[in-house]
Design a protein around this ligand. Structure first.
Ligand code: SF4
Length: 774
C-alpha cells in the first residue's frame, strides 16, 4: 500500500482532528454541500495554488463505527475543506535570507537546503519538534530520523503540552499508560461518572452520546470544573473549584471515603500496594479545610464520594449475585451493569503539579475499587488526534518505540537490533519540549539559554547546557501553542535555521526559512491510535495534491541526502514499528495494515501474548512487577504562581467548540470561523462591574510574561476570581502570551491552566506587550 491512489473516489476514514477519531466517509459532495473542489489528476507540478479540477468532497459520519455512531462535530464535518488548494500549501517555500519574503521553490531545492542546514551542524545543535496529530508511522519515523540519521537526542513533541501528566501518573499507578483502559462504550454501563477538568461537550461532542445513554439508564454525571461549561450544563451536579486546587479536592474525597467506611478494603488488600501512605496524607485534608482551599462545599464533597461508592458497591453485589446464580466467574460484556468511573482531562493535567493531581484521582478510584472492574475504572480523555499513539513510538524525548525507555539497556538493544545499529550509537534521553525550546536561539533579551521554568516545588526547569541552532518542526504551531509564547517566538526567530513541515502556512511556518507542504489525512495511508488504545487505519482516499509530499517521503528524502535510508511506504514503516514495539508495553507487533483494513478491532497491547488485542486492561492484574496497582502518596501544594496584590486574579485557558488547538487549520475554514471568529475574555458579572468592563469591550489580561487583549464576554459560568481565555488565536489575543511555562517536575508539562493576572482596559496598559499580529 503506497498511500498514493492514482484516482480515488473517497472512502472510509477517520476525522483528522481530535482523539475520538470519529469514523467518517469521504465522498463526492451532493449538490450544494461539501468542500471547494479538491481532486486533481496526476502529479509532478509544484503547484501555484490554483489547482482544483475535480468535484467537491464531503464528509459524513459513519453510523457503523461504535465510537461516534455517525455523529460528528462541526470540525469533522468540515474536514474536507482544507483539502482545497485555496486554503493549503501547494508548493515548498524558501526564504533566501533573513528579512526576505518566502518564495516558491522546487522540492529539490527545498530538500537540499534543509538537509544541508541540518547536516552542517553538530548533532547537539539540531533538534526535531513533532506533533500529537502525526500518524503512528510518522511519529515512529521521526524518532528514528532524529536518533539514527541526525544522531541527536533533541526530539520532543507537542504532546508534552497536553497529555504527559496523565501518562506519567498512569505509569506510576498502573505500570502502563493508555488513555481509556476500556472501550468508550463502557461509559454507558457506569452508574456514576465523575468528570474532572474535562469539557467533552465542546472538545469532542459525539462522546456525549455515551454519557447521555448512561444517564438515561440511571447514572449520575458529576463534573468538576472552574467553569460551568456545556458539559457541566448537561451534568447532574457541578463542583466549581478554584483553578489548581483539585489535588486538594481529591485528597478530601479520599479522606471522606476512609472516614465513612466507603473504601473497598478487599480490593485494596488484594489488588493494590501503598494505601497506608496515601491514607495518611489524606487524613490532613478534612473537608472543611479543603472547602476553604477549593471553594467546593463540604456537602458536595460528601455527596460525590457517596454517589461513586454506592454505584461501586451496587455493581459488586450485582456481580456477586450473577456469579452465584451462574456458578461461574462474571463476564465483562457490554450488557453487564457497571459501577463508577473517574475520568480526567487537560484541566487536571496542565499544572505544575498535574502528575500528582492525576495520581490523587487515581488513588480515589483505587480506594473505591474501580480499575479493572466491569463498567468501572479510571480513564483519561486524550486530546490530539493521535495523542495516544503519538506518545508511544519514539518522538518523545525519553522514549523508544513500544513505550520503551531510552535509558533502559535492554530496550536500546532491542530497538538498535531492529534498526541495524550498535546500541551505543543511540543517543540518550533529550530535553522535554519546553526545555528544548528554551535552548533554541535567543530570548527577547538576547540571552542564549534560559531556565525552562521553575516547578512549584522549587525544582529547576533544567537550565540549558547546549544551544540549539537548527530546528525541524513537523505538525506543530509553536508560536500559538507554546507557553510564554513571546519568548518562544523570539527564540524561533533567532535560530540559525528553521524548517517547518505543515499543511498550511501556520504562524510558525510563516517565520521559517524553509516550508515543506505536507500531504493530508485523506491523501496518505497511516494508522492512528484513539483515546481507547484502538488502532485505526486511515487509508488514502484521494490522490495527493501534485505539489505536496507525505511526511514519510520528506523524511526519506532528507535521510537519503544525509547518508541514511528510511522507507516512505506506510505499510513497511508500520511493519517495522511492529517489530520495534514487540515485547514492549505498547506492543503493536501483531497489528498489520491488512488486519485493520479487514475491519478487525485491535487495541494494544496486540502482540505474541495477545494476538487479538486487549480491549480492557487490568481485568486480572496490573502490568506492574507484582501485578498490583500502586497508590502514589501525593500531597497538595499551591500553583507555581498564586494571585497577589499586583496580579489578583487567575487566568485559566481552554478550547471552544468550533476551533481546534492552535487554530492553524480550523481558523481557515469559513464555517468554523463564523462560529468562533475571535478570542474573548470570559469574566463574571461581579468582576466586570468592579472593573467597569462592559460586554464586548476590549480588556487586557496581563501577567508577568505578557499581555493578551480580547473582547469581554460576561458570564456567570466562570468564578468571580477567575477569567477564561481560549488559546486558538495568534496576535493580540494570544492567550499563551500570558500563560506560565512553569513545569511539572515529573511530566515536564507547562502550567497552562492557571497563572496570576490583572485585568486592564487597553488604555490603562502601559507598555503592553501585545505580541506580533501574525
Ligand atoms: Fe473529529 Fe473529534 Fe469532532 Fe469527532 S469529535 S468529528 S474526531 S473533532
Amino acid at each position: 500500500m503506497t498511500g498514493k491512489p492514482e484516482a480515488a473516489d473517497g472512502g472510509l476514514s477517520h476525522c483528522p482532528y481530535c482523539a475520538l477519531q470519529c469514523g467518517i466517509e469521504l465522498r463526492p459532495a451532493s449538490a450544494g454541500h461539501g468542500s471547494q473542489p479538491v481532486r486533481r489528476t496526476g502529479r509532478g507540478d509544484t503547484g501555484d495554488g490554483t489547482h482544483g479540477d475535480g468535484p467537491a468532497l464531503e464528509v459524513v459520519g459513519r453510523a457503523a463505527f461504535p465510537v461516534n455512531e455517525g455523529a460528528l462535530c462541526g470540525k469533522g464535518a468540515s474536514a474536507a475543506e482544507l483539502l482545497s488548494p485555496r486554503l493549503r500549501l501547494t508548493t515548498p517555500l524558501i526564504r533566501d535570507e533573513r528579512g526576505a519574503e518566502l518564495r516558491p521553490a522546487s522540492w529539490e531545492e527545498a530538500l537540499d537546503r534543509v538537509a544541508r542546514e541540518l547536516g552542517a551542524r553538530d548533532p547537539e545543535a539540531v533538534a526535531i519538534f513533532g506533533g500529537g496529530s502525526l500518524t503512528n508511522e510518522k511519529a515512529y519515523q521521526l524518532g528514528r530520523f532524529a536518533r539514527t540519521v541526525l544522531k541527536t537526542p533533541n526530539i520532543d513533541y507537542n504532546g508534552r503540552f497536553c497529555m504527559s501528566s496523565v501518562a506519567a501518573a498512569q505509569n506510576r499507578a498502573f505500570g502502563v499508560d493508555r488513555g481509556l483502559p476500556f472501550p468508550v462504550r463502557d461509559v454507558r454501563r457506569a452508574r456514576a461518572i465523575l468528570l474532572v477538568g474535562a469539557n467533552p461537550a465542546e472538545t469532542m461532542p459525539p462522546i456525549m452520546r455515551h454519557f447521555a445513554a448512561a444517564r438515561e439508564a440511571g447514572a449520575t454525571l458529576i463534573t468538576v470544573d472552574p467553569r460551568r461549561t456545556r458539559t457541566a450544563e448537561l451534568a447532574d451536579r457541578h463542583l466549581q473549584p478554584v483553578p489548581g486546587s483539585d489535588l486538594a479536592l481529591a485528597l478530601a474525597m479520599l479522606h471522606i471515603a476512609v472516614a465513612e467506611g466507603l473504601v473497598d478494603e478487599q480490593y485494596v488488600a488484594e489488588r493494590t500496594n501503598g494505601f497506608d501512605d496515601a491514607r495518611r496524607i489524606a487524613t490532613a485534608y478534612w473537608p472543611e479545610r479543603v472547602e476553604r482551599l477549593t471553594g467546593v462545599p463540604v456537602a458536595a464533597m460528601y455527596q460525590t464520594v457517596t454517589t461513586l461508592a454506592e454505584a461501586a458497591r451496587a455493581a459488586r453485589e450485582a456481580a456477586l449475585q450473577n456469579t452465584v446464580a451462574q456458578n461461574a466467574v462474571p463476564t465483562n460484556t457490554e450488557t453487564e451493569i457497571g459501577g463508577a468511573m473517574i475520568l480526567t482531562a487537560r484541566g487536571t493535567e496542565q499544572h505544575s503539579k498535574g502528575t500528582d493531581t492525576v495520581n490523587a484521582w487515581i488513588n480515589l478510584a483505587l480506594a473505591l475499587g474501580l480499575p479493572g472492574r466491569p463498567g468501572s475504572g479510571y480513564g483519561a480523555l486524550t486530546g490530539q488526534g493521535n495523542g495516544q499513539g503519538g506518545r508511544e513510538h519514539g518522538q518523545k524525548s525519553d522514549q523508544l518505540p513500544g513505550y520503551r525507555k531510552l535509558d533502559d539497556p535492554a530496550a536500546r538493544e532491542h530497538v538498535a537490533a531492529v534498526w541495524g545499529i550498535d546500541p551505543d550509537e543511540l543517543p540518550g534521553p533529550g530535553p522535554s519540549a519546553t526545555e528544548l525550546l528554551a535552548r533554541c536561539g535567543r530570548d527577547v533579551d538576547g540571552a542564549e539559554s534560559a531556565d525552562a521554568g521553575d516547578g512549584a516545588d522549587g525544582t529547576s526547569g533544567a537550565a540549558a547546557p547546549g544551544r540549539i541552532d537548527a530546528l525541524l518542526v513537523m505538525g506543530s504551531n509553536l508560536l500559538v501553542s507554546a507557553p510564554g509564547a513571546a519568548q518562544t517566538e523570539a527564540r524561533l526567530r533567532s535560530l540559525g535555521f528553521l524548517a517547518v513541515c505543515d499543511l498550511v502556512l501556520s504562524e510558525t511556518a510563516a517565520i521559517a526559512d524553509v516550508v515543506l507542504p505536507s500531504a493530508q489525512w485523506a491523501e496518505e495511508t497511516g494508522t492512528m491510535t484513539n483515546l481507547e488504545g484502538r488502532i485505526l487505519l486511515r487509508p488514502a482516499a484521494i490522490a495527493p495534491h501534485p505539489g505536496v509530499r507525505t511526511d514519510l517521503e520528506i523524511l526519506a528524502e532528507l535521510a537519503a541526502r544525509l547518508g541514511g535510508k528510511l522507507s516512505a511506504d506506510p505499510a513497511e514503516v508500520f511493519a517495522e514499528l511492529g517489530r520495534a514495539s514487540a515485547g514492549g508495553i505498547a506492543d503493536y507487533s501483531a497489528v498489520t495494515h491488512e488486519r485493520l483494513e479487514r475491519g478487525e478491532e485491535l487495541y494494544w497491547p496486540c502482540g505474541e501474548q495477545s494476538p487479538d488485542g486487549t480491549p480492557r486492561l487490568f481485568e486480572r492484574a496490573f502490568p506492574t512487577a507484582d501485578g498490583r496497582a500502586r497508590f502514589v502518596p501525593v500531597d497538595y501544594r499551591p500553583s507555581a504562581e498564586e494571585p497577589d496584590d499586583q496580579y489578583p486574579y487567575r487566568l485559566t485557558t481552554g478550547r471552544v467548540l468550533a476551533q481546534y488547538q492552535s487554530g492553524a487549520q480550523t481558523r481557515r475554514v469559513d464555517v468554523l470561523n463564523q462560529a468562533a471568529p475571535e478570542p474573548f475574555v470570559e469574566l463574571h458579572p461581579d468582576l466586570a462591574r468592579a472593573l467597569g468592563v462592559a460586554e464586548g469591550a476590549a480588556v487586557s489580561v496581563v501577567s508577568r510574561r505578557g499581555t493578551a487583549t480580547a473582547a469581554a464576554r460576561i458570564s456567570r459560568a466562570i468564578r468571580p476570581d477567575t477569567v477564561f481565555m481560549p488559546f486558538h488565536w495568534p496576535g493580540q489575543g494570544r492567550a499563551n502570551s500570558v500563560t506560565n511555562p512553569a513545569l511539572d517536575p515529573i511530566s515536564k508539562m507547562p502550567e497552562f491552566k492557571t497563572c496570576a493576572v490583572r485585568l486592564e482596559l487597553p488604555s490603562q496598559v502601559a507598555g503592553a506587550e501585545a505580541g506580533a499580529d501574525l
